[in-house]
Design a protein around this ligand. Structure first.
Ligand code: GTP
Ligand code: MG
Length: 193
């Protein structure tokens, strides 16, 4: 097992303009409730560093965490249906602005729900990332929620739905620790790059 990533909360900001300088940055994006904050906690092996919730839409600001060699950013989830369309569009724009303009950004982790993904929204986001040439890594979450008998099939379907080879997708469970070592390695390498 690899060492947890040391993580210290730095600040929350509504948008790019409020962010301090950073050496290198890895961002975590994905639909509301996909498990972004839980994953950050798992990487740090901490319980409640990033606030998680059963209710979607918990993270509404960009939350920055300092780690070895750089910064991790927990972004608000996209596509949360119960938020007014205008507010949703505003979040989307802030996220896109961050992804396009944030100079130290070296890698974006796009989290996709392992049980149900990729959804149409996920595929839109993937298309946008590819078009914008933002370096990304697809991470499938909640591995523990997929029945063992369905896993092989689910892994194939999720990867092909994303237009990727199975080996290009990292599967994780924040609850059970699956894939967390591999992802820590990817984050460390990206920040050290
Ligand atoms: P927003 O901040 O609303 O965008 O959500 P988020 O993507 O940060 O999701 P969060 O980490 O708050 O998790 C949402 C729900 O999914 C919570 O109830 C978590 O306990 C649950 N969850 C997250 N990761 C896992 C996992 O690996 N396995 C299981 N079974 N549940 C998980
Ligand atoms: Mg969150």
């Amino acid at each position: 097992m690899s060492e947890p990533l040391p993580m210290r909360f730095v600040l929350s900001a509504p948008d790019l303009a409020g962010l301090p300088p950073s050496r290198a940055e890895v961002a975590v994006i994905g639909r509301s409730n996909v498990g972004k904050s839980s994953l950050l906690n798992a990487l740090a092996r901490r319980r409640d560093l990033a606030k998680t919730s059963g209710k979607p839409g918990k993270t509404r600001l960009l939350n920055l965490f300092e780690t070895d060699g750089g910064t991790l950013v927990d972004l608000p989830g996209f596509g949360y249906a119960k938020v007014a369309a205008t507010e949703r569009r505003a979040w989307q724009q802030r996220m896109e602005h961050y992804l396009l303009e944030r100079e130290p950004l070296v890698l974006t982790l796009l989290l996709v729900d392992g049980e149900v993904g990729p959804t149409a929204l996920d595929r839109d986001m993937l298309g946008w990332l590819r078009h914008a040439e933002v370096p990304f890594q697809v991470v499938a979450t909640k591995h523990d929620k997929v029945k063992a008998s369905r896993r092989d099939r689910r892994k194939r379907d999720l990867a092909s739905g994303c237009g990727l080879d199975q080996r290009e997708v990292v599967w994780v469970s924040a609850d059970k620790g699956v894939g967390i070592d591999r992802l820590r390695g990817l984050v460390r390498d990206a920040l050290a790059g």
